[in-house]
Design a protein around this ligand. Structure first.
Ligand code: SF4
Ligand code: SF4
Ligand code: SF4
Length: 340
């Protein structure tokens, strides 16, 4: 019998719907105008089954939209666990009850990631545009940390709005009992395009923000900080922030999170707006190894061609280039910061 293809990480988008309307939301379908379709739990279940029949997946990360809007989210987690996958849940935390956390823990869910954007409720809620979200998100993350300490992740999306309060935000996160923090600089896309002017960090603020995270990491060696969105190394030199682990994406599908939505559409990653196929039409392995898809994602931006850092940096986040310029062959739009 032929061995099923293995894929390390699939971000499974259970729905486009979300109860928040974050100014920085990178979801390509969020433009603040188009109505969002209601969650479709049975289609999500069918698509997950289809995925797991085609490939072995190391980790399925449930995302969206807001995955807690799916009434069968725990069944889906069980379905993936039953097939041997690790499961992570990326949620805004506002709908995450204590029972839901206990259920995820019983199912062996490995990690729950919740954005905590500020120590100040007003700043957090300015960004999420949902009154009451700060209290709910912090309470949920604290509860996750008490039940599954190694699986509690705070996500700090760094924008110009919340960058000044980073030390206080990290103090709050620490006080919740959380030791793992994803520090993602604001990445252009989706709703964020509409609010780009007020959210995009200038170069000095970007570097100061990472210096603040690094200093906090130096003072608290029991905590871990991971930068999960690639930033052009010519703008932000990772070696200047030794207490932050920088991740790099790759055209190798086992070294990046492949995105799949509940309708079966496959994308390069969760930030990319462009579907390269549908697993109801052909198997995921075939979609990912399609020469046309490989060619689309192999282009090297002109300005990066002779760069010694290309292998690692890969031109920054080029899914953001797809969202802004409509092509992967341009370097990260953040590079316009050089002139700011
Ligand atoms: S960033 Fe997440 S929580 Fe915020 S609107 Fe987008 S999907 Fe919802
Ligand atoms: S690969 Fe491109 S974006 Fe990255 S450091 Fe080099 S020139 Fe800058
Ligand atoms: S293209 Fe951007 S969002 Fe996608 S995996 Fe790479 S760094 Fe992450």
């Amino acid at each position: 019998m032929r061995q099923r293809l293995h894929i390390d990480n699939v971000v499974f988008e259970l729905t486009e719907a979300c109860n928040q309307c974050c100014r920085f939301c990178y979801n390509h379908w969020r433009d603040g105008l188009a109505p969002l379709p209601a969650p479709d739990p049975s289609l999500a279940r069918r698509t997950l089954r289809k995925l797991l029949s085609q490939v072995r997946v190391g980790t399925v990360s449930f995302s969206g939209g807001e995955p807690m809007l799916l009434r069968n989210v725990h069944d889906l987690a069980l379905q993936a666990r039953f097939k041997g996958s690790h499961v992570n849940v990326l949620t805004n935390g506002t709908l995450l009850t204590s029972d839901a956390i206990d259920n995820f823990n019983s199912l062996g869910v490995g990690a729950i990631q919740i954005p905590i954007l500020s120590a100040e409720a007003a700043v957090h809620e300015y960004l999420t545009q949902l009154p009451g979200s700060w209290q709910k998100a912090t309470a949920a993350l604290e509860r996750v940390a008490s039940v599954m300490p190694r699986g509690a992740f705070a996500v700090l999306v760094i924008t110009k709005v919340n960058a000044p309060g980073i030390p206080e935000t990290l103090d709050l996160i620490r006080s919740l009992g959380v030791s793992r923090v994803m520090v993602n600089r604001f990445n252009l896309g989706g709703m964020g395009l509409k609010y780009a002017e007020e959210l995009v960090l200038d170069l000095i603020t970007l570097r100061r923000a990472f210096a603040d995270v690094d200093a906090f990491g130096a003072a608290h060696p029991d905590m871990r900080f991971v930068s999960g969105v690639c930033t052009p190394a010519c703008l932000l030199d990772p070696s200047a922030y030794p207490h932050v682990q920088f991740t790099w994406c790759s055209t190798d599908f086992n070294r990046r999170p492949v995105a799949l939505n509940y309708r079966g559409e496959v994308r390069f990653c969760n930030h990319s707006p462009y579907a390269i196929g549908n697993i109801y039409d052909r198997p995921l392995g075939e979609i990912l190894s399609d020469p046309a898809a490989i060619a689309r994602y192999s282009a090297v931006p002109d300005r990066c061609k002779d760069c010694a850092l290309l292998q690692r940096c890969n031109g920054g986040c080029r899914a953001a280039s797809e969202q802004v310029f409509g092509t992967f062959s341009e370097a990260d739009p953040l590079l316009s910061l050089e002139n700011r």
